[in-house]
Design a protein around this ligand. Structure first.
Ligand code: F7E
Length: 273
């Protein structure tokens, strides 16, 4: 009888992490899921936790400093967690795997914010030129992961998530910010909205977690975009949560970040529309 799959999960306490843990139960029944408890910016602590986890088949790395605003407000911490934490995790894995025949596969969760904004769906070959400091920290994490994994022949899949939302999100994420403002808005008053015309691909965290887990359990190596394949403006997204037609007043500049998801569909065996 084959051994159960041993999966190490970082960021399991976050919104995406909770959905990923649930999706793993459905897609990898019988797998042993070991949750990271270390602060990834602390290499010694991370190494201890990874050593204690024992031999691993798959690592799903979600832990990151989010949302965009928080990283822009504290770039040092953003780089420490999103780039440094990724480097520490892979270094800890390498230290724990001494004598192990095959290094664990790594699913590294990145972001559509690593790309330059485009007025058409963005494919994995399109240039990276982050639209935010947050995107820069995620790009640095990806680049480090690629080089460090290549050195030991670790299978690496980089999943670039675009715009995820969830009813449990709090703080400065777009959805809770809109919900707070909409609770006080009235049909007569203008609703000021930054980036109202910006196109995004809005995916629920639950749907994103399903895609992530199916990708993690596949053998695909390289970079792949995640998304629904449907573009919506920030204004349309705001309207979808409003109980009345909004008088939206567009503020600031727009940028479009919409993924081409044909590679994802090919990997998951889904039809491209
Ligand atoms: C996967 C990906 O998911 C997220 O990326 P995103 O959806 O691009 O999120 P964003 O925060 O850049 O905003 C989207 C748009 O909405 C406009 N906007 C208006 N009013 C508010 C507002 O009140 N809050 C926010 N956050 N945005 C607002 C804002 O100007 C922009 O045009 C991140 O969690 C990121 O961590 C990540 O990796």
């Amino acid at each position: 009888m084959s051994q159960p799959l041993r999966i190490f999960l970082t960021g399991s306490g976050g919104i995406l992490g909770r959905h990923v843990a649930t999706a793993l139960q459905a897609h990898a029944p019988g797998a042993q899921v070991l949750r990271n408890t270390a602060d990834l910016t602390d290499l010694a602590a991370t190494t201890r936790v990874v050593q204690r986890a024992g031999p691993l088949d798959l690592v799903i790395h979600l832990a990151a400093l989010v949302p965009v605003d928080e990283v822009c407000a504290d770039p040092a911490r953003g780089y420490a967690v999103n780039a440094g934490g990724t480097i520490n995790l892979i270094a800890a894995l390498a230290a724990a795997e001494v004598g192990q025949a095959t290094p664990a596969r790594l699913l590294h969760c990145s972001s559509g914010h690593v790309y330059a904004a485009q007025d058409r769906p963005i494919s994995e070959e399109d240039p990276t030129d982050p639209v935010s400091v947050y995107g820069k920290t995620k790009l640095m994490g990806e680049q480090a992961a690629r080089d460090i994994c290549a050195q030991v022949g670790r299978a690496l899949c980089v999943a670039r998530l675009f715009s995820i939302h969830d009813p449990a999100q709090e703080g400065n994420y777009l959805r809770p910010s809109l919900e707070r403002r909409l609770a006080k808005a009235s049909p007569e008053t203008e609703f000021e909205l930054y980036g109202a015309g910006s196109l995004r691909d809005f995916l629920t965290a639950e749907a994103a977690a399903q895609q992530l887990v199916r990708l993690a359990l596949s053998s695909f190596e390289g970079v792949v975009n995640l998304g629904s394949g449907r573009a919506q403006t920030v204004a349309e997204f705001a309207q979808s949560f409003a109980p009345f037609p909004l008088k939206i007043k567009a503020m600031g500049a727009d940028n479009n970040l919409v993924p081409d998801v044909s590679l994802l569909h090919d990997i998951l065996g889904e039809a491209n529309d």
